[in-house]
Design a protein around this ligand. Structure first.
Ligand code: NAG
Ligand code: NAG
Ligand code: NAG
Ligand code: NAG
Ligand code: NAG
Ligand code: NAG
Length: 373
């Protein structure tokens, strides 16, 4: 997608600031029209993957203020759903969510909530977590239209092609900032969530449920756990390090606030764990492992992972005791799944940048995580 300020964002996790964007609302509507066509033609496979992944914009639209946009989103959604060949099996959708006890069975069968899955894995996980937690609170049935990536990594699937009627769309107000309006959805409608929902506050009350929802498929977790277990015999504490570089180093992205962590941060965060635990061993993974091998001092307490498959990398990190992250939502989720101590890079997003000004750090980074620079 294209951001409404007209710039092509390559792999962004955030939206531009509202103020700068209000002026180009008509342009945005046109862009969405183009997008809808593009999406339908491409069987909604390509937009959010690899180099073309970007975000739609928060322009402050609400559900009622701009009916035209709402209608477009509705159309977009229907198109996504009808292109699927997956059979709809309500039994499966509800059975796999044991904690979502319906008020009555009929209620559960008639109240649905879904989300437009956009971006790559880290973003998808934020979206799914917000959806599942919201559905549980409302006693709604949650589903997403077919998403091959999520279904290929995780056991639990809520994929379905239900066609909703009487549907409304909820837009989060700002990226990476908790929007409490999500707690006040009118239950006389079906709902589609739209946005990135990059905050632990959307789902922290349902941690167990979310963890179960992100249980890896055995074919994904097996190689990952074998790799980590290979170091467990010899070392007490395993710390995973995710070094995000790739798209974060591109000039356009750097301008608006995306960053990569400097070596001094990686060194400092490693020393934190070395001092804190006896016999710490580090497993480093990255979208630029060559850079890591050349730059991160290979003491005898460090291994590099060559896994490329995002699911395998995520699983591998989640099996570590503790995690060090740099930038991006992928590392965020790996760290959260691991469930131990997390050290994050305070410089992401770059303080004072556009992305930084639009978000809430308190909502994005869990309070118990340790920020370092
Ligand atoms: C739906 O899923 C349930 C549980 O997995 C299964 O028992 C049932 O046969 C499925 N129904 C259809 C129509 O496929
Ligand atoms: C694991 O299994 C799923 C479902 O069968 C498949 O989609 C996926 O490609 C497999 N992944 C790997 C790494 O083999
Ligand atoms: C939601 O959509 C389904 C499927 O179209 C429909 O049967 C149901 O009545 C709708 N629910 C509400 C609350 O309108
Ligand atoms: C890494 O940390 C050690 C210990 O504090 C320090 O001696 C060394 O200079 C640091 N190296 C870098 C590249 O920051
Ligand atoms: C680390 O090892 C030292 C010396 O063997 C021991 O006194 C200390 O309790 C150990 N600390 C932890 C956290 O295991
Ligand atoms: C790693 O190297 C240091 C310094 O040479 C040594 O003290 C330590 O025992 C080594 N650790 C392992 C696990 O080999």
């Amino acid at each position: 997608m294209v951001d409404i300020c007209g710039r092509h964002l390559v792999t962004s996790t955030f939206w531009m600031r509202r103020k700068q964007c209000l002026c180009v609302l008509p342009l945005m509507i046109v862009l969405y029209l183009v997008l809808i066509q593009y999406t339908v033609w491409n069987n909604h496979k390509s937009i959010n993957h690899q180099t073309k992944q970007t975000t739609p914009q928060n322009n402050g639209v609400t559900m009622t203020a701009i009916p035209k946009v709402l209608q477009l989103f509705g159309k977009y959604n229907t198109a996504r759903i009808t292109t699927s060949g997956m059979p709809y099996n309500l039994t499966q959708v509800t059975e796999r969510r044991p904690n979502m006890t319906p008020i009555t069975s009929d209620y559960h069968k008639n109240h649905f909530i879904t989300i437009n899955v956009m971006g790559r894995l880290g973003n998808n996980m934020f979206q799914l977590a917000a959806l599942i937690s919201c559905a549980k609170r409302l006693h709604f049935t949650a589903f997403v239209s077919p998403n091959q990536e999520l279904d290929s990594y995780f056991l639990v699937s809520i994929t379905s092609d239900i066609k909703l009627t009487n549907e409304k769309t909820f837009f989060e107000q700002t990226y990476a900032k908790y929007d409490g309006n999500i707690e006040r959805l009118d239950t006389s409608y079906n709902w589609t969530l739209f946005g990135y929902y990059q905050s632990w506050k959307y789902f922290y009350k349902d941690e167990d449920l979310i963890r179960r929802s992100f249980e890896f498929r055995p074919n994904v977790s097996k190689t990952a756990s074998q790799f980590v277990d290979g170091f467990r015999d010899k070392h007490k504490t395993i710390v995973g390090i995710h070094v995000r570089r790739g798209d974060m180093t591109m000039q356009n992205n750097e301008m608006i606030g995306y960053t990569t962590a400097p070596l001094s941060y990686i060194n400092k965060s490693m020393n934190y764990f070395r001092d804190r635990y006896n016999d710490t061993f580090f497993i480093i993974c990255s979208d630029d492992i060559t850079w890591c091998k050349e730059n991160i001092r290979g003491n005898n307490d460090t291994a590099f992972s060559n896994f490329n498959n995002p699911g395998t990398v995520m699983a591998m990190l989640s099996f570590c005791d503790h995690v060090i992250i740099t930038s991006g939502t992928f590392g965020w989720w790996a760290a959260w799944l691991a469930g131990g101590e997390v050290v994050y890079f305070k410089g992401f997003p770059r303080p004072g940048s556009n992305i930084d000004k639009g978000m809430s750090r308190e909502d994005y980074y869990p309070p118990q995580w340790i920020g370092m620079e």
